[in-house]
Ligand binder design. Sequence first.
Ligand code: SF4
Length: 112
Amino acid sequence: MAYNEMLEIINSHREGILQSEIRKLMEIDSKKCSRIVNKLMKEHLIRRDDELADGRKTYRLFPIGFIGPSERHLKLIANGMFSPCTGCNLECYPESCYPLNEWVLAVIEEEA
Ligand code: SF4
């Protein structure tokens, strides 16, 4: 449950998200957060870069597989957000999928 939630959050932040932000969003302690992050990295679903935030060392987490848009990828980008379904390996419930919902809203905003 928390594993899938974290993966969805990271997948919806193509620009990366601080591990400390995820911990606050999910309301979990740092030990549990680190355990899930390590599992996601071990399964090659995310990558982690060192970062300083407010003078403290933390990490920025990125979805794996996004190395920048090519021409054909541009159609899958709305307001800087890549289609979350591309490469997704989550159990799929499109009607309640947060990343998909966010992306569709970005498409609508971009077309407005
Ligand atoms: S709709 Fe399905 S494939 Fe698309 S991001 Fe959500 S879970 Fe993944």
